[in-house]
Design a protein around this ligand. Structure first.
Ligand code: UD1
Ligand code: CA
Length: 459
């Protein structure tokens, strides 16, 4: 089978410099959703007709399996399909999809293809309470005889509520013949793809129709409001699937998945979480409210507390992260680690049962097992030119408000006193500290205020 995806239109109502089909839905360009659907049908040829936005469109979409056909100028949907003809394999039928109709499903297209068989023209149609703007499906004795565009329709035809979704499938050689005979003698002076219906009927080719599983599949994006509505429809579908698989969502309307989220058993997700890229959550893990998690593996039983941001990381089983933690790329946390509030980590490995519970920055660091990192610990990993590594071995204890000036190593079981600025390696099992000795100045007196005034600093 061939699939032609129409994606040349300009999308004026988006009021954007970005070509319409590149606007993201669930983190992927609209067109990428349609291309994925075409691939899921096992199409031998997928031809994308592009035009508005020029090369931006082919450059934004992955796929050596795609053919690109330029349509310039854009003279209508029929003219658009004509640009793809040279790439089509005449042996199989051709399915026409729209780059700005992103929620179309494989099951629906399967029905349409089955209805058309090998020798009929198949149209995907829907009934709408308000059909205005759409092409109307005209039937005589129950059989489809033609489509009339809204702008060309008389009042009686405008009263028809069955409309053309634009999606159709046709035998390829016949389609090429019908397209070759199109004229643009109509209200919009365009070559209408929809005129192939009357041409088929004229040739004695039967026109079959199918209905989508859900009307939302046939909705196009013409404005930011429609894009937002389809985003919610997409997310709603996905939330339903996660719940069917056993995931507990605090509120299915407050979840955003922009990529691929896989969850084990008994996973719970609180409100307003965003998952991007590939995220895998293990059995029994819980995600608190307002977390953003991207390209990350979360181990079984881990708890991610609210307002945590995690990117490109892996979190061990039964770890407890957040609230307000920021784990940047290259963070790898072992089992039962604790990373608390206002802790930032980057390119840091922390082994099992280690803790950094408060207010710390650990960058380019390797932390062993059972290490305790006190509040306010900072690895000074950057000297202004290069990044250096800090190593903290098993069972070390890092006192609060410590700076580790990398490259530096804290030996196994070492203790660093609070307030230490560590510039040389700290030996195993010893207390190391750098601290100005504490003194009390007996003779000191707080300066008095102006005549009769209170001492400075007292209200
Ligand atoms: C089209 C159908 C109409 C149907 C409606 C469903 C025609 C003549 N009419 O109307 O029956 O009810 O879709 O939404 O087909 N495009 C190109 N090149 C062009 C023109 C359009 O690639 O020269 C692409 C657009 O980018 C868009 C799609 O084709 O993705 C549909 O074009 P649009 O102008 O929106 O079609 P409608 O007038 O809405
Ligand atoms: Ca139009």
């Amino acid at each position: 089978m061939n699939v032609v995806i129409l994606a040349a239109g300009m999308g004026k109502r988006m009021r954007s410099d970005l070509p319409k089909v590149l606007h993201p839905l669930a983190g992927q360009p609209l067109l990428a959703h349609v291309v994925d659907c075409a691939r899921s049908l096992g199409a031998a040829r997928i031809v994308v007709v592009y035009g508005h936005g020029g090369d931006l469109v082919p450059r934004a979409i992955d796929g050596s399996d795609l053919c690109w056909a330029l349509q310039a100028p854009q003279l209508g949907t029929g003219h658009a399909v004509m640009q793809a003809l040279a790439h089509l394999d005449a042996a199989g039928p051709t399915l026409v999809l729209y780059g700005d109709v992103p929620l179309i499903r494989r099951e629906t297209l399967g029905r349409l293809i089955a209805a058309a068989g090998s020798d009929r023209l198949g149209l995907l149609t829907v009934e709408l309470d308000d059909p205005s703007g759409y092409g109307r499906v005209v039937r005589e004795g129950g059989r489809i005889v033609r489509i009339v565009e809204h702008k060309d329709a008389d009042p009686a035809t405008r009263a028809i509520r069955e409309v053309n979704t634009g999606i159709l499938v046709a035998p390829t050689a016949a389609l090429a013949r019908w397209l070759g005979a199109l004229s643009n003698d109509n209200a919009q002076k365009e070559y209408y793809l929809t005129d192939v219906v009357a041409a088929a009927v004229h040739d004695g080719v039967e026109v079959a129709s199918a209905r989508p599983v859900d009307v939302v599949e046939t909705l196009g994006v013409n404005s930011k409001a429609q894009l937002a509505a389809l985003e919610r429809a997409f997310q709603g579908r996905l939330a339903q699937r996660l719940m069917d698989e056993g995931v507990q969502l605090a509120d299915p309307a407050r979840l955003d998945v922009r990529g691929e989220l896989t969850c084990g058993r008994d996973v719970s997700i609180d409100v307003n979480c965003i998952f991007e890229g590939k995220v895998d959550i293990g059995d029994g893990a819980s995600i608190g409210a307002h977390c953003v998690i991207r390209d990350t593996r979360i181990g079984a039983g881990a708890q991610i507390l609210p307002f945590t941001l995690i990117e490109n990381a892996s979190i061990g089983a039964r770890a407890r992260i957040g609230p307000f933690a920021r784990l940047r790329p290259g963070t790898e946390l072992g089992e039962e680690t604790h990373v608390g509030n206002f802790v930032e980590m980057k390119n840091t490995r922390m082994a099992a049962k280690s803790k950094a519970n408060h207010l710390s920055y650990l960058g380019d660091t390797v932390v062993g097992e059972r290490v305790n990192i006190g509040a306010g610990t900072i690895t000074c990993n950057y000297d202004g030119a290069s990044k250096h590594q800090t190593v903290i071995e098993d069972d070390a204890f890092i006192g609060s408000d410590t700076q580790l000036v990398a490259p530096v190593r804290v030996g196994r079981g070492a203790t660093l006193g609070a307030g230490t600025t560590l510039t040389r390696d700290a030996p195993e099992d010893k207390l190391t500290l750098s601290r100005a000795p504490q003194t009390t100045v007996e003779s000191w007196q707080r300066p008095a205020g102006k005549a009769g005034g209170k001492p400075a600093g007292k209200p």
